[in-house]
Design a protein around this ligand. Structure first.
Ligand SMILES: *[C@@H]1O[C@H](CO)[C@@H](O)[C@H](O)[C@H]1NC(C)=O
Ligand SMILES: *[C@@H]1O[C@H](CO)[C@@H](O)[C@H](O)[C@H]1NC(C)=O
Ligand SMILES: *[C@@H]1O[C@H](CO)[C@@H](O)[C@H](O)[C@H]1NC(C)=O
Ligand SMILES: *[C@@H]1O[C@H](CO)[C@@H](O)[C@H](O)[C@H]1NC(C)=O
Ligand SMILES: *[C@@H]1O[C@H](CO)[C@@H](O)[C@H](O)[C@H]1NC(C)=O
Length: 195
Protein backbone atom coordinates (compact mmCIF):
# COMPACT_ATOMS: atom_id res chain seq x y z
CA UNK A 1 0.00 0.00 0.00
CA UNK A 2 1.29 3.41 -0.91
CA UNK A 3 1.27 6.09 1.76
CA UNK A 4 -0.18 9.29 0.40
CA UNK A 5 1.46 12.52 1.73
CA UNK A 6 -1.94 13.60 3.07
CA UNK A 7 -2.12 10.45 5.20
CA UNK A 8 1.33 11.19 6.61
CA UNK A 9 0.17 14.68 7.51
CA UNK A 10 -2.95 13.26 9.14
CA UNK A 11 -0.94 10.74 11.15
CA UNK A 12 1.36 13.55 12.30
CA UNK A 13 -1.52 15.78 13.36
CA UNK A 14 -3.01 12.85 15.25
CA UNK A 15 0.17 12.58 17.32
CA UNK A 16 0.23 16.32 17.87
CA UNK A 17 -3.29 16.28 19.26
CA UNK A 18 -2.52 13.18 21.33
CA UNK A 19 0.50 14.87 22.92
CA UNK A 20 -1.84 17.35 24.63
CA UNK A 21 -3.86 14.55 26.21
CA UNK A 22 -2.30 13.97 29.59
CA UNK A 23 -5.27 12.73 31.55
CA UNK A 24 -4.81 14.83 34.69
CA UNK A 25 -7.88 15.06 36.94
CA UNK A 26 -8.48 18.17 39.02
CA UNK A 27 -9.76 16.10 41.95
CA UNK A 28 -6.38 14.36 42.26
CA UNK A 29 -4.45 17.64 42.62
CA UNK A 30 -3.46 19.17 45.95
CA UNK A 31 -5.08 22.51 46.63
CA UNK A 32 -1.83 23.87 47.99
CA UNK A 33 -2.00 27.49 46.80
CA UNK A 34 -3.86 30.29 48.50
CA UNK A 35 -5.21 32.60 45.80
CA UNK A 36 -7.03 35.88 46.22
CA UNK A 37 -8.10 38.78 44.07
CA UNK A 38 -8.97 42.42 44.62
CA UNK A 39 -12.63 42.13 43.59
CA UNK A 40 -15.29 42.50 46.25
CA UNK A 41 -17.95 39.75 46.07
CA UNK A 42 -20.35 40.49 43.23
CA UNK A 43 -18.32 43.42 41.91
CA UNK A 44 -18.82 44.25 38.24
CA UNK A 45 -15.57 44.88 36.35
CA UNK A 46 -15.60 46.63 33.01
CA UNK A 47 -13.76 44.73 30.26
CA UNK A 48 -10.94 46.75 28.69
CA UNK A 49 -11.00 49.28 31.52
CA UNK A 50 -10.85 47.80 35.02
CA UNK A 51 -7.99 45.90 36.58
CA UNK A 52 -7.95 42.90 38.89
CA UNK A 53 -5.04 42.33 41.27
CA UNK A 54 -4.33 38.65 41.85
CA UNK A 55 -2.07 37.31 44.61
CA UNK A 56 -1.03 33.75 45.36
CA UNK A 57 1.23 31.84 47.72
CA UNK A 58 2.01 28.32 48.84
CA UNK A 59 -0.08 27.29 51.85
CA UNK A 60 2.67 26.71 54.41
CA UNK A 61 0.18 25.05 56.78
CA UNK A 62 0.09 21.99 54.55
CA UNK A 63 2.59 19.13 54.59
CA UNK A 64 2.52 18.88 50.79
CA UNK A 65 5.97 19.21 49.23
CA UNK A 66 6.47 21.84 46.53
CA UNK A 67 9.78 20.31 45.38
CA UNK A 68 8.47 19.60 41.87
CA UNK A 69 6.59 22.85 41.38
CA UNK A 70 8.08 24.55 38.30
CA UNK A 71 5.72 27.11 36.80
CA UNK A 72 2.27 28.56 37.39
CA UNK A 73 -0.60 29.46 35.08
CA UNK A 74 -3.29 31.84 36.29
CA UNK A 75 -6.64 31.51 34.53
CA UNK A 76 -10.00 33.21 34.44
CA UNK A 77 -12.79 30.69 35.03
CA UNK A 78 -16.55 30.62 34.56
CA UNK A 79 -18.63 30.30 37.72
CA UNK A 80 -21.44 27.65 37.61
CA UNK A 81 -23.94 30.51 37.18
CA UNK A 82 -22.45 31.27 33.74
CA UNK A 83 -22.10 27.62 32.72
CA UNK A 84 -25.71 26.48 32.79
CA UNK A 85 -26.93 25.50 29.34
CA UNK A 86 -23.47 26.11 27.86
CA UNK A 87 -21.69 22.95 26.69
CA UNK A 88 -18.80 25.10 25.49
CA UNK A 89 -18.10 26.10 29.12
CA UNK A 90 -18.67 22.72 30.75
CA UNK A 91 -16.63 21.53 33.73
CA UNK A 92 -14.90 18.16 33.41
CA UNK A 93 -12.69 16.70 36.14
CA UNK A 94 -10.33 15.54 33.36
CA UNK A 95 -8.44 18.72 32.51
CA UNK A 96 -8.06 17.65 28.85
CA UNK A 97 -11.79 18.20 28.46
CA UNK A 98 -12.42 20.89 31.06
CA UNK A 99 -13.78 24.16 29.67
CA UNK A 100 -14.17 26.02 32.96
CA UNK A 101 -11.05 28.19 32.63
CA UNK A 102 -10.54 29.20 28.98
CA UNK A 103 -8.75 32.53 29.54
CA UNK A 104 -5.04 32.91 30.36
CA UNK A 105 -4.23 35.67 32.83
CA UNK A 106 -0.51 35.14 33.29
CA UNK A 107 2.13 32.44 33.65
CA UNK A 108 5.61 32.30 35.10
CA UNK A 109 8.10 30.65 37.39
CA UNK A 110 6.74 29.15 40.61
CA UNK A 111 7.61 31.15 43.72
CA UNK A 112 6.44 30.25 47.23
CA UNK A 113 5.29 33.70 48.25
CA UNK A 114 4.95 37.35 47.26
CA UNK A 115 3.25 36.75 43.92
CA UNK A 116 1.15 39.62 42.64
CA UNK A 117 -0.18 40.29 39.17
CA UNK A 118 -2.22 43.29 38.07
CA UNK A 119 -4.41 42.29 35.15
CA UNK A 120 -6.41 44.59 32.91
CA UNK A 121 -9.52 42.63 31.95
CA UNK A 122 -9.19 42.19 28.14
CA UNK A 123 -11.71 44.02 25.97
CA UNK A 124 -13.01 40.80 24.40
CA UNK A 125 -13.86 39.07 27.69
CA UNK A 126 -17.45 37.77 27.57
CA UNK A 127 -19.96 39.19 30.06
CA UNK A 128 -20.22 36.50 32.75
CA UNK A 129 -19.55 35.61 36.38
CA UNK A 130 -16.03 34.43 37.12
CA UNK A 131 -13.38 33.34 39.61
CA UNK A 132 -9.60 32.91 39.28
CA UNK A 133 -7.70 29.62 39.46
CA UNK A 134 -3.90 29.26 39.54
CA UNK A 135 -2.45 25.94 38.37
CA UNK A 136 1.00 24.66 39.34
CA UNK A 137 2.83 22.87 36.52
CA UNK A 138 5.74 20.44 36.86
CA UNK A 139 8.76 20.01 34.57
CA UNK A 140 6.82 17.51 32.43
CA UNK A 141 4.26 20.24 31.75
CA UNK A 142 1.52 18.53 33.79
CA UNK A 143 -0.69 20.26 36.33
CA UNK A 144 0.22 19.01 39.81
CA UNK A 145 -1.50 21.44 42.17
CA UNK A 146 -3.76 24.47 42.19
CA UNK A 147 -5.53 27.11 44.21
CA UNK A 148 -8.58 29.25 43.48
CA UNK A 149 -10.27 32.40 44.74
CA UNK A 150 -13.56 30.60 45.41
CA UNK A 151 -14.64 27.59 47.50
CA UNK A 152 -14.97 24.02 46.18
CA UNK A 153 -18.64 24.64 45.29
CA UNK A 154 -17.56 27.79 43.39
CA UNK A 155 -20.15 29.96 45.13
CA UNK A 156 -18.04 32.46 47.12
CA UNK A 157 -15.93 35.47 46.07
CA UNK A 158 -17.26 35.57 42.52
CA UNK A 159 -17.12 38.71 40.40
CA UNK A 160 -18.74 39.79 37.17
CA UNK A 161 -17.27 41.12 33.97
CA UNK A 162 -19.25 43.56 31.90
CA UNK A 163 -17.95 42.82 28.42
CA UNK A 164 -18.87 43.85 24.92
CA UNK A 165 -19.25 40.33 23.56
CA UNK A 166 -21.25 37.51 25.05
CA UNK A 167 -19.81 34.77 22.84
CA UNK A 168 -16.36 33.22 22.94
CA UNK A 169 -14.30 34.04 19.88
CA UNK A 170 -10.97 33.50 18.19
CA UNK A 171 -8.26 31.45 19.87
CA UNK A 172 -10.54 30.63 22.79
CA UNK A 173 -12.98 28.82 20.52
CA UNK A 174 -10.14 27.01 18.77
CA UNK A 175 -8.70 25.63 21.98
CA UNK A 176 -12.18 24.35 22.87
CA UNK A 177 -12.42 22.53 19.52
CA UNK A 178 -8.82 21.29 19.80
CA UNK A 179 -9.50 19.80 23.20
CA UNK A 180 -12.79 18.19 22.37
CA UNK A 181 -13.24 14.47 22.21
CA UNK A 182 -14.99 14.63 18.85
CA UNK A 183 -12.04 16.36 17.22
CA UNK A 184 -9.66 13.51 18.00
CA UNK A 185 -12.07 10.90 16.74
CA UNK A 186 -12.69 12.86 13.56
CA UNK A 187 -8.96 12.55 12.74
CA UNK A 188 -9.01 8.83 13.46
CA UNK A 189 -12.04 8.36 11.26
CA UNK A 190 -10.38 10.24 8.38
CA UNK A 191 -7.30 8.03 8.74
CA UNK A 192 -9.38 4.87 8.60
CA UNK A 193 -11.12 6.13 5.46
CA UNK A 194 -7.85 7.11 3.72
CA UNK A 195 -5.67 4.07 4.59
C1 LIG B 1 -2.31 28.54 59.11
O1 LIG B 1 -2.35 28.20 60.48
C2 LIG B 1 -2.40 29.31 61.36
C3 LIG B 1 -2.30 28.81 62.79
O2 LIG B 1 -3.23 27.77 63.00
C4 LIG B 1 -3.69 30.09 61.10
O3 LIG B 1 -3.73 31.24 61.93
C5 LIG B 1 -3.73 30.51 59.64
O4 LIG B 1 -4.95 31.15 59.37
C6 LIG B 1 -3.56 29.32 58.73
N1 LIG B 1 -3.49 29.78 57.36
C7 LIG B 1 -4.19 29.25 56.38
C8 LIG B 1 -4.00 29.85 55.06
O5 LIG B 1 -4.96 28.33 56.54
C1 LIG C 1 -0.33 15.74 47.16
O1 LIG C 1 0.32 15.76 48.40
C2 LIG C 1 0.59 14.48 48.94
C3 LIG C 1 1.17 14.66 50.34
O2 LIG C 1 2.37 15.40 50.30
C4 LIG C 1 1.54 13.73 48.00
O3 LIG C 1 1.76 12.43 48.50
C5 LIG C 1 0.91 13.64 46.63
O4 LIG C 1 1.82 13.05 45.73
C6 LIG C 1 0.54 15.03 46.12
N1 LIG C 1 -0.18 14.92 44.86
C7 LIG C 1 0.28 15.44 43.70
C8 LIG C 1 -0.60 15.26 42.51
O5 LIG C 1 1.34 16.05 43.64
C1 LIG D 1 9.29 14.77 42.06
O1 LIG D 1 9.38 14.09 40.83
C2 LIG D 1 10.22 12.95 40.88
C3 LIG D 1 10.35 12.42 39.47
O2 LIG D 1 9.11 12.30 38.81
C4 LIG D 1 9.59 11.91 41.83
O3 LIG D 1 10.38 10.76 41.89
C5 LIG D 1 9.45 12.55 43.20
O4 LIG D 1 8.78 11.66 44.07
C6 LIG D 1 8.71 13.85 43.14
N1 LIG D 1 8.77 14.51 44.43
C7 LIG D 1 7.70 14.96 45.07
C8 LIG D 1 7.93 15.60 46.38
O5 LIG D 1 6.55 14.89 44.60
C1 LIG E 1 2.64 32.74 28.96
O1 LIG E 1 2.63 34.16 28.93
C2 LIG E 1 3.19 34.71 27.75
C3 LIG E 1 3.24 36.21 27.91
O2 LIG E 1 2.00 36.72 28.33
C4 LIG E 1 2.37 34.27 26.54
O3 LIG E 1 2.94 34.78 25.35
C5 LIG E 1 2.33 32.75 26.47
O4 LIG E 1 1.48 32.33 25.45
C6 LIG E 1 1.84 32.17 27.80
N1 LIG E 1 1.95 30.73 27.77
C7 LIG E 1 0.98 29.92 28.18
C8 LIG E 1 1.29 28.47 28.13
O5 LIG E 1 -0.08 30.34 28.59
C1 LIG F 1 8.46 37.62 50.61
O1 LIG F 1 8.70 38.97 51.03
C2 LIG F 1 9.13 39.08 52.39
C3 LIG F 1 9.20 40.53 52.75
O2 LIG F 1 9.82 41.27 51.74
C4 LIG F 1 10.47 38.35 52.54
O3 LIG F 1 10.89 38.39 53.88
C5 LIG F 1 10.32 36.90 52.10
O4 LIG F 1 11.58 36.25 52.13
C6 LIG F 1 9.74 36.81 50.70
N1 LIG F 1 9.48 35.39 50.40
C7 LIG F 1 9.74 34.84 49.21
C8 LIG F 1 9.44 33.37 49.07
O5 LIG F 1 10.18 35.47 48.26
Amino acid sequence: MELHPTSVLLILSCFMVASYAHNVHLSTLNQSLIVSDSATPGQVLKAGVDTLTITWAYNTNLTVSDANYTTIEAKLCYAPLSQTGRDDRKTDDNLDFDKTCPFDITNGTYKRANNTFIWTIPKDTPSATYFVRVFVINAKNHEIAYGQTTNDQKTTNLFQVDGVVSEQKGSGAWSVIGNSFGYRYAWLLMLVIIL
